[in-house]
Design a protein around this ligand. Structure first.
Ligand SMILES: [Fe+2]
Ligand SMILES: [Fe+2]
Length: 375
């Protein structure tokens, strides 16, 4: 029997290292391996190539609780593209004027919902700069011979989209600071980044650690983005009463987060990033993200002098634990990331993203020519 070697193709089976595809019903099919790859399935069991294999079992699930979460999460899946789909990422310039002051409680007059979104905005310029840097560093380690050339274009599209997000949110944050709010989250990101880079200075795997962090955050933003878009016109929409320009800004960002959700994850997989570190980093950043968003929201409310109002706390309780609360809607989707065979394309729906981009064409303009092509 041929010796099993690590396969560096995306979405490899954890058991036999075969590359697989996922169809709409979530079943997995063994796909061809390229001649450059040494894959146990192709060398030992060539008859499986291109066929669904009953000898290709799914990874063991860790717990009943995990199963329940996964079932809830899978119920929300639709239009699952192949993991090998290389999206054509367009960088869009948004026609929203952020140079003029915004309403203090722009989200339907709700102090809590406004403070929460403002907190997220404070994190974007520094956070998204980190995503760009980690992907740029990672791509330098790609094997030019085995990498799909279209993937490089997708990465350029990712960088362009994130750079546009950080630029617009930096403008947005200037308006928030003019209202008297203070950004504590951004400087914390810079401090952590500097400390971590010092710690991993001599590590040859630094690019993988950074990519694992980016992939984890990209999962969070795509889950929030998908929920934002699929709720449009429904009671569950957290932005339903927001001012028009804010609605446009947040939904545009949401759509692009859904669009490029798999880029950092795919790069991490292609570079041989492992499941254990991916999970360790997502646990670490979940703790940071939760505490940071709470601290910044409370700080925003404090400066806004609405922290002690009962209506603020009532809105917070509804947002977290209500019928359409964050806890019920986000937790199963976040938890799906812990599965060994997880891929971002298994989550969410491309339909809502495309629908928003199509119906709001007048709100944006594509920058330059198309950056990538479908393979
Ligand atoms: Fe972004
Ligand atoms: Fe992103």
């Amino acid at each position: 029997m041929a010796k099993k070697q690590a396969c560096r193709v995306r979405n490899c089976c954890q058991i036999c290292a075969a590359r697989y595809l996922v169809n709409q019903s979530g079943r997995r099919f063994v796909a061809d391996c390229s001649p450059q790859q040494t894959c146990a399935v192709q060398t030992v069991m060539p008859q499986f190539s291109g066929l669904h294999s009953s000898k290709h079992p799914p990874p063991q699930r860790s717990s009943k609780l995990g199963d329940t979460y996964w079932k809830l999460a899978i119920a929300s899946m639709s239009n699952i593209p192949s993991p090998d789909f290389t999206p054509r990422l367009i960088v869009r310039r948004l026609s929203v004027d952020l140079s003029t002051p915004m309403r203090r409680h722009w989200n339907g007059g709700d102090a809590f919902l406004t403070a929460f979104y403002n907190a997220l905005s404070f994190s974007f310029p520094e956070g998204e700069q980190f995503f760009i840097e980690s992907v740029r560093n990672g791509v330098q380690h790609l094997d030019a011979e085995t990498c799909n050339p279209a993937f490089h274009d997708t990465i350029q599209g990712f960088i362009g989209q994130e750079a546009t997000h950080r630029h617009l949110h930096a403008q947005y944050n200037i308006q928030l600071e003019a209202q008297g709010l203070k950004n504590h989250w951004g400087p914390r990101i810079v401090k952590r980044k500097t400390r971590a880079r010092r710690l991993f200075l001599k590590s040859t795997k630094r690019h993988l650690h950074e990519l694992a962090i980016t992939a984890g955050y990209e999962h969070f933003t795509s889950v929030l983005g998908d929920l934002t878009l699929q709720s449009i016109g429904k009671e569950s929409d957290w932005l339903q009463d927001a001012d028009t320009s804010q609605q446009t800004l947040w939904r545009w960002h949401a759509a692009e987060e859904c669009e490029h959700k798999a880029v950092a994850f795919d790069l991490y997989q292609q570079l041989g990033g492992n499941h254990t570190w991916r999970l360790l980093w997502v646990v670490y950043l979940s703790i940071h993200f939760t505490t940071d968003v709470i601290r910044q929201t409370i700080n925003n409310l404090w400066h806004d002098r609405t922290l002690h109002k009962p209506s603020t706390w009532w809105s917070a309780v509804k947002f977290c634990f209500g019928r359409y609360g964050w806890l019920w809607r986000c937790t199963p989707r976040f938890a799906a990331y812990f599965r060994k065979d997880f891929h971002p394309n298994q989550m969410g729906s491309e339909k809502h993203m495309r629908e928003w981009q199509e119906t709001n064409k007048s709100q944006w303009q594509a920058v330059g020519s198309p950056t990538a092509q479908e393979t």
